[in-house]
Write a protein that binds this ligand. Structure first.
Ligand code: IPE
Length: 256
């Protein structure tokens, strides 16, 4: 079993509100189909989530009732994105089933607290492909919270112990500085000491915490013995090669 996240910057244009990369998603769906591997798929929200979530300060949890239309809006928008991902997968003959975190995940004070694994298990047993995504969820303390696709990758890894956790993004991997330097090369093997030398944005880049939080979650996944990679899903054939075990350039994350 593989756990794959299609990043929001891969399947959407993150700078332009609700812009889906239809052609890219088609290629990714074809590659997933051709690989034939059993998987759980996660996708990010990109410009269907981050822009409006930030506008309504949803990452802070409940501040006032004026945010509530924002909760509705962002939940609706990430579902719209999910439907387009589902369509692309179905057209390629895959058997995806959508499991929205808003119904099966709970946060407590900004951290994931529980997740209903039951539906994932049953659909996998049926030979189907669960698909879940970055969403707005209930939070026992803060009333609501933003659940990122990366949080889902960590929790799904805990339960399913996949062989690989693959983060497909729109760059060649993890870079020594952020934003990456012109002509800079991705790091092949990212260990904890190298991670500490990565320079750049410490401010929150987006509502789910930017690159450093993502990387910390990836180290947590790797610590469970799951091979964890960041690869470039915007280069044709890379995801398929990787899924089929033929190796592809990218960054492997491992604490040591
Ligand atoms: C963000 O999910 C969810 C919302 C903003 C509602 P992710 O953090 O997984 O999305 P990307 O991959 O960064 O776009």
């Amino acid at each position: 079993m593989m756990l794959v996240k299609l990043g929001g910057s891969l399947i959407t244009d993150k700078a332009r509100l609700k812009t889906f990369r239809t052609d890219r998603m088609k290629v990714l769906a074809q590659e997933i189909g051709m690989s034939g591997v059993e998987m759980i798929l996660v996708h990010g929200a990109g410009s269907f989530g981050h822009i409006l979530a930030k506008e309504h300060k949803l990452e802070d949890g409940y501040l006032n009732e004026k945010q509530l239309p924002g909760v509705s809006h962002v939940q609706r928008d990430v579902k719209t994105l999910n439907l387009m991902v589902m369509d692309a997968l179905i057209v390629e003959g895959l058997k995806p089933v959508s499991l929205p975190p808003s119904s099966i995940v709970r946060f407590n004070n900004g951290a994931l607290e529980s997740m209903d694994y039951g539906p994932f298990k049953e659909y996998v047993r049926l030979g189907m492909m669960p698909v879940t995504f970055g969403d707005v969820v209930l939070d026992s303390e803060k009333k609501f919270a933003i659940c990122s696709g990366d949080d889902l990758m960590l929790w799904l890894s805990k339960e399913f112990k996949p062989e690989n956790a693959v983060f497909a993004t729109d760059t060649d991997g993890v870079y020594p500085s952020y934003p990456p330097a012109e002509g800079g090369k991705a790091i092949e093997q990212l260990d904890w000491d190298t991670f500490k030398t990565i320079e750049g944005e410490t401010a929150r880049a987006d509502v789910t915490g930017g690159i450093f939080r993502k990387l910390r979650l990836m180290f947590d996944i790797a610590d469970m013995g799951v091979e964890t990679w960041v690869i470039n899903g915007s280069v044709d054939g890379r995801l398929m090669k990787f899924l089929m075990g033929h190796g592809a350039p990218g960054t492997q994350i491992s604490r040591r």
